[in-house]
Design a protein around this ligand. Sequence first.
Ligand code: ASP
Ligand code: MG
Length: 440
Amino acid sequence: MIVLKFGGTSVGKPERMKKIADLVLNTPGKKIVVLSALSGTTNSLVAIGDHLIAGQHAKAEEEIARLEKHYQAFIKELYTGDSFQAIGQELVSRFFIFIRLLAAGQFDGKSYRELLAQGELISTELFYQHLQERKISARLLPALYFMSIDENDEPELEKIAERLKPLLSSLNNIDIIITQGYICRNNRNEIDNLKRGGSDYTASLVGAAIRAEEIQIWTDIDGMHNNDPRIVKKTIPISELTFDEASELAYFGAKILHPSTIVPAQKYNVPVRLKNTMDEKAPGTIITSKGKEGSFKAIAAKDGITAIKIRSSRMLMAYGFLRRVFEIFENHKTSIDMITTSEVAVSLTIDNNTQLASIETELKKFGTIEVDNDQTIICIVGQKITEQKGVLKQVFDSLSEIPVRMVSCGGSTNNVSLLIDKKHKEKALNALNEGLFGLR
Ligand code: ASP
Ligand code: MG
C-alpha cells in the first residue's frame, strides 16, 4: 500500500483536482489518498475564527460569504452532469450551514478548531464525489475515526495503527481510500488538528502506521532544492536525501515539508518521496535511511529567531548552571534550537517568543541578559559532513563578508548551523550557494 498526499495548490482549482484523480488512477496498487484543504481555505477559516473570537460577526459573515462563493464556483467547474451539480450544491450548502451554525453559537477554542477542520472535510468530499461522477471506485475514510493526539498534542502513532487495522481490512476490496490531512481528535475527544501544514504529517503518520511501501508528498515544486528558490536565483533539485538530512532541512526552514513529517516515516523506515503535480515526470526527491555521505546536500534558513545571551560570573567553574538555565525554558514550554557556551556566557536561540518576557525576568537572576530579535538560522546539511576535512573552512570562506553571530557544529554529524542577523540572509544564502555548490 502507498500513501499519496496532495497539498492545497494540488487540489485548489477544479482542473487540478481532476488531474489528481487521473494521477491517483494511474498509480498502480492500493493507496490511501490524503488531501489538504483547497488552497486559501484554511487561511480564510483562520480569518473567520479570528473575527468571531474578537466578536466581529459582520466581518466573519463577510468572509464566510466570500468563501461560500468560491466553493459555488468551484463545483460548477468540477462536476459535469446535472445530478452531480446538485450533489455538489447540497454538499457546499451543508458545509456552510454548519459553519454559520458554529459562528452563531458560543464561539470558543473548541468551535474554532471545529471550524478549521471544515477545509479538509469539504475538500475530501468534493474529491470523492468527483471520483463517483467518473465511476472510479473509492471510499472516504474519515480521519476523525483514527487520527488522534495525546494531552501534549503529540500524535498517538501506535493507537492510530491499531485503529486503522480493522478499518482497512474492512476496505480490503477498495483500491482508493481517501482521507483528510491535518485533522484529528485530541485527548478530550474533540476535533483538533496537527497545526498548520499538518497534512504532510498525517500522510507520514498513516504511512508509518500501516508500514506503507512509500509515502508520496505531492506539491507544486519538483522536490527539495539545494537552497531557497525564493531567495537564490539558481537552485537545483536534490534527488536523494537521508531521513536525517530531510528532517534538519524541514525543521530549519525548507517550506516544502511540515517539520515533523520525517519522524514517523523514519521510525518505521518508510521511504518518503516528494513529487511535483505540475511536472509528474520530474524525478523529485526520495528520502530514505541511506544516502551519499560526506558532501553538502542543501541549505535552509529559518527566520524569526531570537538570540539570548546570558552572561554570568556564577557560571565560572560551576556545575549545574546549564540545567538551571534549561529548566527555565522547559517551565515555559519553549524549546531551544541552537546553543553555544563559553566559560562565562551561554548563547542560545528560540523561535517562539510568546514567553520571552517572563523567561527574561527569570534569567536575570543569573546575570546580565542580552536579547537580539530578527535573527536567522542558516542550516547547512549533508550526511556526515562534519567528519570531512575543511568543511568549516569552506563554509567560512564563503561567508567572509558576513558577520556570524553563533556557530553550531558537531551536535550531529550532518549539519552545521549558523546564526546571522536576518538582514544578511540573502547575501549569506547566495554566498553559500556559490561557495558550496558552485551555483551563481
Ligand atoms: N490545510 C492545512 C493548512 O493550510 C493543512 C495543510 O494544508 O497541510 O495548514
Ligand atoms: Mg504544506
